[in-house]
Design a protein around this ligand. Structure first.
Ligand code: ATP
Ligand code: MG
Length: 456
């Protein structure tokens, strides 16, 4: 059979055998954001193109080369979001969230779309975890946002990530720097790509993150830190103090300018050497001018975005295993029509009690069913056939040890819940026993209610 088509280049399917990873990541990141007082925001996958032109900036690689833009049937120019901040800021302004208690702290988990050359860590559809915080220009807030990302990496056990920070100034000092850059690159005009020739006039800072340009040419360019005004310098010093107070290690990398136009003052990246050229796993910064730029009030804000595919690459590269989905608690194998009906009823009752379980819906041989149960990794199995229906007893097998015990069919649903709970507690106790010293505090054997009734 020939497939009519394949997935689009630069897109990825997440298959059932792997989906636990992204599910765990998303739940973990959402949890940590919650601890920091961030609540979820969801915005549409498409927006008016103008929103990105204005916020991301029309001299950036994203806007000039990477956006998925099309006219809808009503003739409006629509763009699939290339990043999450623009939509969050639009929603913040549109719904007047500045009237709510400030600072307003939001997080998102979204898909993003960029027409880029697909390679390791660079996709056309990818996913970001991001946070945005509106309503304060205080350095402590910059540090808190950075600490959140740092904590996420720490919790996941990622090693060797370097936090790099920089300040790229504000509308007072940036023009002086842009002028110095313009002079520098004008002297090297013949080396610039076509896009950067236009940037030279409109926004020379963008040349610094153009991937076409020679690294040495960019490295020798004037450095923004030398041009900061007193306010920006002071802000940057305070951010560093807060980071130190929270025990975060950082390096100052004066070369970071970030790929989007809206950044002011603090910018930062978390960079790894373990995943090849696309080593920036998280990037962010302050964007104090963006709300006003989009027609709203002047409200200082900042945030970051973390690429989830790059994070997964990094976890893989470092051999970090994420917890797999819980296996099913029970698989009920059946032989014969009457047994199948009884199994359907029992399993339905157990599921209603919140137990994860399955029975054979295919009508396969017992041997094939047990093979399937093994692949599922079910904790318990039982076989239900005519003999069991007649005697009213099934033999329940704990797959870990092979131990069995008889359970009455009439009370199977209730008994199974009891047994599953006891087994889980015993397993927990065994785990705690191995863990050592904290154990004395919990007496689980009391909870377990005495001796096990399992037989070999
Ligand atoms: P790069 O310099 O690698 O192109 P960027 O500056 O364009 O990155 P941002 O716009 O800051 O990236 O996006 C934040 C994060 O999203 C990045 O640090 C990265 O982890 C992830 N990311 C960006 N573009 C892609 C992509 N095409 N595929 C996968 N992840 C991406
Ligand atoms: Mg990019």
């Amino acid at each position: 059979m020939a497939l009519i088509t394949k997935a689009i280049k630069g897109t990825q399917d997440t298959l059932p055998a792997d989906s636990y990873k992204i599910k765990f990541l998303e739940a973990t990141l959402a949890d940590i954001a919650g601890h920091y007082g961030f609540r979820e925001i969801r915005t549409p996958v498409f927006e008016h193109t103008e929103l990105f032109n204005r916020s991301v900036g029309d001299t950036t690689d994203v806007v000039q080369k990477e956006m998925y833009t099309f006219d809808d049937k009503g003739g409006r120019s629509i763009t699939l979001r290339p990043e999450g901040t623009a939509g969050a800021v639009r929603a913040y302004l549109e719904h007047g969230l500045f009237n709510d208690p400030s600072p307003m702290k939001v997080y998102y988990l979204t898909s993003c779309y960029r027409y880029e050359k697909p390679q390791a860590g660079r996709l056309r559809e990818f996913h970001q975890f991001g946070v945005e915080c509106f309503g304060t220009d205080a350095p402590a807030q910059d540090a808190e946002v950075i600490a959140l990302a740092d904590e996420a990496f720490g919790f996941l056990g990622v090693k060797g990530l370097e936090l790099q920070i920089n300040s790229i100034g504000c509308p007072h000092c940036r023009p002086v720097y842009q002028k110095a850059l313009k002079d520098y690159f004008t002297a090297h005009k013949s080396e610039l790509c076509e896009t950067c020739l236009t940037r030279l006039e409109r926004n020379p800072m963008r040349i610094l993150d153009c991937k076409e340009e020679d690294a040495a040419l960019k490295d020798n360019a004037p450095v923004v830190l030398d041009y900061l005004c007193d306010e920006c310098k002071d802000h940057f010093e305070k951010v560093k103090k807060y980071l130190e107070a929270m025990g975060l290690t950082y390096t100052v990398n004066p070369r970071i300018v970030r790929g989007l136009d809206y950044y002011t003052k603090t910018v930062f990246e978390f960079v790894s050497n373990d995943i090849g050229a696309q080593g920036t796993v998280c990037g962010g910064g302050r964007y104090d001018g963006l709300c006003e730029e989009l027609g709203g009030k002047a409200i200082p804000a900042l945030g970051f975005a973390m690429g989830l595919e790059r994070l997964l690459l990094l976890l893989d590269a470092q051999g970090i295993e994420l917890p797999a989905d819980e296996p099913q608690a029970l698989y009920l194998a059946t032989a014969g029509d009457a047994a199948s009906l009884k199994a359907a009823q029992i399993i339905h009752d157990l599921r209603a009690e919140g137990i994860s379980c399955s029975f054979d819906t295919v009508g396969r041989s017992i041997k094939a069913q047990m093979k399937y149960a093994n692949k599922l990794g079910a904790d318990f199995t039982a076989v239900l056939g005519d003999n069991e229906l007649e005697s009213g007893i099934v033999q329940l097998k704990y797959m870990d040890t092979g131990d069995t015990r008889d359970v009455s069919l009439d009370t199977f649903a209730e008994d199974f819940q009891q047994i599953a709970m006891q087994t889980a507690l015993s397993a927990l106790q065994a785990e705690l026993d191995m863990g050592g010293e904290d154990l004395g505090k919990v007496d689980l054997s009391a909870l377990l209610g005495g001796n096990s009734t399992w037989t070999e």
